[in-house]
Ligand binder design. Structure first.
Ligand code: BDP
Length: 331
C-alpha cells in the first residue's frame, strides 16, 4: 500500500483542525446544504435530510442546517466551489465533479476500476477512502460519510448497446470531467458534457441520444420517460460523500464536531441501507414505462475498448497511478 504521503497530509490537516477548535464560538450557525437530487425521491435526498435533522437536534440549535434539494443552489461543480468558499456548509458530492479540485478522486472514476459494488465499498471504507478524504481535507472539504451509487450504465434512444461498436456516433451526455469524456470517446461515442439538470430536456428534444447513470438517478429525474433502451454496461461504480466545509467544522466545539461526524456516519448508513431497494424499484418503474433493458454478460470488449483511458490517466497523473494498483489489489 502506498498511502503514506496522503496519510501524512491527513494528519497535518486534522491536527490543524484540532488547534482551531480550541477557540470555540457558541453562536448559532446557519448551514446551507446542497443536494442535486429531488426531495423525497432518491436515497441521497433522504440521507441529506437525516444529516441535517441529526445535526440540528444534536447541536440543540447551535447549528441550523437546511438542505436545498434539486440542485437549486447551482450545478455540482459550482456547489463544490461554494462549499470550499464557505457559501454553503455541506453537500453530497460525486468523485467525478470532485476530480477537478481533488485529482485523486478521479481514480475512482476509471471505468471498471471496481470489480463490483462490494469491491467499491471495501476500497472506500479502507485506506483508499482515507487517502481520498485526506486529499479532500487539503482542499477544505471534509467528508463525513462515504456512500455508493450503484453502477452506471448507458441509456439511449437509438439502439440497445450490446458491444462497444453500438455506441459509435451516438451523442452521449457526460458530467464535467475529462475522464468521462475520454471514456465515451474511447467507445466511439460523441461525448457531450452537460449539467445533470439539462439532460431531460436534451433527451426529449433529441439534442442528445443518451446518457449514463444509475437506476435511482435515471428514474428520479424522469430520464426513463424520454429514453428507449438501457444497457447494463455497469462501467462505473462511483463513491459519493457527504461533505462539510472544513472551516465551518473547525469553528465548532469538540462536542458539536462529534455530532457532525456522527450525523455523517448515520446518514451514510441510511443511504447504504436504502440504495438496493430504491434501485430495484426504479428499475421496475423504468421497465413499466417501456424502457427496454438488456444485460451484457461479458463486458470484456468494453473493458478492452476503455483501456486507453487508463493510459492517459497514468500519463497525466503519474503520482496517482499507484492508487489504481492499490484498488486492484484489494480483494
Ligand atoms: C448522479 C449522481 C450525481 C451526479 C449525476 C450526474 O448522484 O452526483 O451529478 O449522477 O450524472 O447519479 O450528473
Amino acid at each position: 500500500m502506498k498511502y503514506a504521503l496522503l496519510r501524512k497530509m491527513s494528519v497535518t490537516a486534522f491536527s490543524g483542525a484540532m488547534v482551531l477548535a480550541a477557540s470555540v464560538s457558541t453562536a448559532s450557525a446557519e448551514w446551507k446544504g446542497w443536494n442535486i437530487h429531488v426531495a423525497g425521491a432518491h436515497p441521497s435526498s433522504f440521507a441529506m435530510d437525516k444529516f441535517a435533522e441529526l445535526v440540528n437536534a444534536g447541536t440543540e440549535g447551535r447549528i441550523g442546517a437546511d438542505v436545498f434539494h434539486g440542485g437549486v443552489l447551482g450545478n455540482q461543480s459550482d456547489a463544490i466551489d461554494q462549499l470550499r468558499l464557505g457559501a454553503i456548509q455541506f453537500g453530497n458530492f460525486n468523485v467525478g465533479p470532485l476530480g477537478r479540485v481533488v485529482p485523486a478522486t478521479s481514480v475512482a472514476l476509471l471505468p471498471f476500476v471496481f470489480r463490483d459494488v462490494g469491491h467499491m465499498f471495501r476500497s472506500v471504507d479502507g485506506p483508499f477512502g482515507d487517502a481520498l478524504s485526506a486529499a479532500m481535507v487539503e482542499e477544505g472539504i471534509l467528508p463525513v460519510g462515504w456512500v455508493g451509487s450503484g453502477a452506471r450504465s448507458f441509456y439511449n434512444n437509438v439502439r440497445p448497446i450490446t458491444e462497444p461498436a453500438d455506441l459509435v456516433g451516438l451523442k452521449i451526455r457526460t458530467p464535467g470531467n475529462d475522464l468521462w469524456v475520454g471514456m465515451v470517446q474511447s467507445l466511439g461515442g460523441n461525448a457531450t458534457p452537460m449539467d445533470f439538470s439539462e439532460v431531460f430536456q436534451a433527451l426529449k428534444t433529441n439534442v442528445l441520444d443518451g446518457g449514463e447513470n444509475n437506476f435511482p438517478s435515471f428514474v428520479s429525474v424522469k430520464h426513463h420517460e424520454v429514453s428507449a433502451f438501457l444497457s447494463l454496461t455497469e462501467h462505473m461504480m462511483l463513491p459519493e460523500c457527504i461533505c462539510v466545509n472544513l472551516a465551518a467544522y473547525n469553528d465548532l466545539s469538540d462536542a458539536d464536531q462529534a455530532v457532525v461526524r456522527e450525523a455523517g456516519r448515520v446518514a451514510a448508513n441510511l443511504h447504504r441501507e436504502l440504495w438496493d431497494n430504491d434501485a430495484a424499484a426504479a428499475r421496475v418503474e423504468a421497465e413499466a414505462a417501456g424502457v427496454v433493458i438488456n444485460t451484457i454478460p461479458d463486458k470484456s470488449a468494453f473493458q478492452a475498448a476503455m483501456a486507453p483511458v487508463y493510459d492517459t490517466f497514468r500519463e497525466n497523473n503519474p503520482e496517482l497511478a499507484s492508487l489504481i494498483d492499490d484498488i486492484q489489489a484489494i480483494q
